[in-house]
Design a binder for this molecule. Structure first.
Ligand SMILES: Nc1ncnc2c1ncn2[C@@H]1O[C@H](COP(=O)(O)OP(=O)(O)OP(=O)(O)O)[C@@H](O)[C@H]1O
Ligand SMILES: [Mg+2]
Length: 624
């Protein structure tokens, strides 16, 4: 099939070459022939004019001899003629006739043949018996013999040979056939023209011809042209064939690649640089539950969703990534409302010049086996987390044991007070006329102390409680702002100036509620500290420090009291009448649970500074 087509194309190429070569050669030969004809016509015209002039010369000689000869004797005329005829070699003899015979005058170049005299006053051409190249022009008693062979002598026309034949006008007999020397070899063709000599007395028909020898045709040019066109045709043919072969190979390759893509069990979607679908295989249409017609913006029909403790999926940076990027492990694809575990990648497709032509997305559904593996992993992870919580709980319990004495002391105070207030109230009520105002005061004071004891217990419970930490990427600024909102009323009431200075997007891995609890404790302490300051101010700043985020809360209060400073983070350390002394120790425990720490000190400029350090979280790093 393909072989046949190849033969057809080859024959077509040969045909085109033959046509090209033929046309060129024909043009060359036609041009040459035109040139030969033109030269021949010019030469023939010149010959015709020369011959016509010669004829007129003969007639002039005849008229001159006729006019001069009347009174002259034969001898004198003869010697005169010898001189007169010298320039006219074709005039071979002059005769004067009587009724009986004709006598040659002077010295003839050739003896004239016998011809009966015919004395007529009108000029006429006389042909001797038997024809031949000699003929006579006669007028009255004068006869001028012309040898037609001498009319042109050696033709002076140059290289190209010219042949002519003169005919007797009446009979058509050949007078002379003049063939020029040099015309040798076989002629390819003969150029010919017929004319009549332009004189009054000798209007002889003349045929002028010229043989065109084979050698004068442009054989070499024709051959060169043929070879040139053959070469050119072959070149063009080979170029076209090479292109055809390359095209075939390309189509083959494309078909093969297309087949591979179609057959792949992975979802494969090729996108242009604007994320529009250019090609999607059946697996892709099934995976996305969408027909994915070319031109669809894939971002509009594909929703990836993070799971487990993954960082949120950053769709924008995923779709526009400059290099190849893998889907984060454990990612799901939302299909008809159901989240399907997937893995895969998005890779850029550079064009031949290296610029981005588009991207190709490859997605595989995580198989049932892999899904079960992931579930196991998730369970394992949860168990580890539970274990960690348990450990923290136990360590806090042991801390609790250590601070048992402090706790007993703390609780003993309100309890003793309640007992004494209660006894006092009972005593007062035993009076015959009890002082109800004092009783009410005693009871009120014991309620206050009971509330304080209850508070101690509530805070303690809170501190000891196993709160599972649900750490997730949390914005530190967000947490600070939430707390500021919470305290807005108190800040306004005291007229506190709040100065803030935040870095951009300080992300940390933390439980947002616990984080807010820490910030709230610090802000509350600062508020307490600036209560009696004339121009109260609190400054909150977030900076990147040694690879982590550091939130500092500083105030212009009196600073940390010397007796409190050494035990700042020990439970029940307080300098406040209503304080429990648990805020800072609870906050430090929480901060350490997040992998960070809390510290506090007096600032050089006065006031206290508390600094919360937390490890920095990077979304990219988390999503890998
Ligand atoms: N900004 C501050 N300036 C000066 N002293 C402070 C500051 N913050 C804390 N302190 C000192 O540290 C002590 C312990 O604070 P902590 O927050 O642990 O307990 P508290 O504020 O006294 O009571 P609570 O348990 O109700 O918070 C405070 O009583 C106070 O003396
Ligand atoms: Mg406090």
């Amino acid at each position: 099939m393909r072989h046949n087509a190849g033969m057809k194309r080859l024959s077509l190429a040969v045909l085109i070459w033959l046509l090209l070569a033929g046309a060129g050669v024909a043009a060359l030969f036609t041009g040459a022939r035109g040139q030969f004809t033109e030269t021949f016509n010019t030469d023939a015209r010149i010959l015709h004019r020369v011959l016509s002039q010669r004829m007129e010369q003969q007639e002039a000689v005849l008229n001159a001899v006729d006019a001069l000869g009347q009174g002259m004797d034969a001898a004198a005329l003869g010697s005169y003629l010898d001189t007169l005829l010298r320039p006219y070699p074709q005039v071979v003899a002059v005769e004067r006739c009587t009724a009986g015979a004709c006598r040659v005058l002077g010295t003839p170049a050739e003896p004239p043949p016998k011809l009966a005299p015919a004395l007529s006053p009108d000029p006429a051409v006389r042909w001797p018996e038997g024809g031949g190249p000699l003929y006579a022009l006669s007028r009255g008693d004068v006869r001028v013999w012309v040898d037609a062979r001498r009319l042109t002598g050696a033709l002076d026309s140059g290289a190209a040979p010219l042949t002519y034949t003169l005919f007797q006008p009446a009979t058509g007999a050949v007078i002379v056939n003049h063939t020029q020397e040099g015309g040798t070899g076989a002629a390819s063709t003969t150029l010919r023209v017929e004319k009549v000599l332009g004189t009054a007395l000798q209007p002889f028909p003349i045929v002028i011809s010229r043989p065109v020898p084979w050698g004068v045709w442009p054989w070499m040019a024709g051959l060169l042209w043929t070879l040139l066109t053959a070469g050119l045709t072959a070149l063009v043919w080979r170029l076209l064939e090479a292109r055809r072969t390359a095209q075939h190979a390309l189509l083959d390759e494309r078909a093969r690649a297309g087949g591979v893509v179609e057959a792949a069990s992975e979802a494969i979607v090729a996108l242009d640089s604007l994320h529009r679908v250019t090609l999607a295989n059946p697996a892709a249409r099934a995976a996305m539950a969408h027909p994915l017609p070319p031109g669809t913006d894939l971002r509009d029909v594909t929703t990836f969703q993070a799971t487990l403790s993954q960082a949120p999926f950053d769709a924008a940076s995923f779709w526009d990534s400059a290099g190849p990027v893998a889907l984060p492990e454990g990612l799901t694809l939302l299909r008809n409302g159901e989240a399907v575990g997937v893995e895969g990648s998005l890779a850029p497709l550079p064009g031949a010049d290296g610029t981005l032509r588009g991207r190709v997305l490859i997605v595989r559904e995580v198989g049932p086996l892999q899904r079960r593996m992931l579930e196991h992993l998730e369970n394992g992870e949860r168990r580890v987390r539970e274990h960690e919580d348990m450990l923290a709980h136990v360590s806090r319990l042991s801390t609790l044991g250590e601070m048992g004495a402090g706790l007993a002391h703390e609780l003993n105070q309100p309890l003793t007070a309640i007992v004494s207030y209660g006894q006092a109230a009972a005593r007062l009520l035993d009076d015959p006329e009890p002082d109800l105002a004092r009783v009410r005061h005693a009871v009120g004071a014991s309620v206050t102390q009971a509330v304080r004891a209850a508070q101690i217990i509530v805070r303690l419970r809170q501190w000891v409680r196993r709160t599972p930490s649900t750490a997730r990427p949390t914005d530190l600024v967000q947490a600070v702002q939430n707390v500021l909102t919470l305290c807005r009323a108190d800040l306004n009431r005291l007229g506190v100036r709040v100065v803030t200075d935040y870095a951009d997007a300080p992300l940390v891995q933390a439980d947002p509620v616990q984080l807010e609890q820490i910030v709230l404790n610090l802000l509350r302490n600062a508020l307490d500290a600036v209560q009696d300051t004339p121009d109260p101010a609190i400054e909150l700043s977030i900076v990147l420090e040694r690879g982590g985020w550091s939130l500092s809360v500083s105030d212009n209060g009196p600073g940390i009291a010397a007796e409190v400073a050494p035990r700042l983070f020990t439970p029940f350390t307080t300098s406040k009448s209503g304080g429990l002394g648990l805020g800072l120790s609870l906050s430090q425990t929480l901060a350490q649970g997040m992998g960070g720490d809390l510290s506090g000190a007096n600032a050089h400029a006065g006031g206290a500074v508390f600094i919360l350090n937390l490890p920095r979280l990077e979304l990219e790093a988390a999503s890998d």
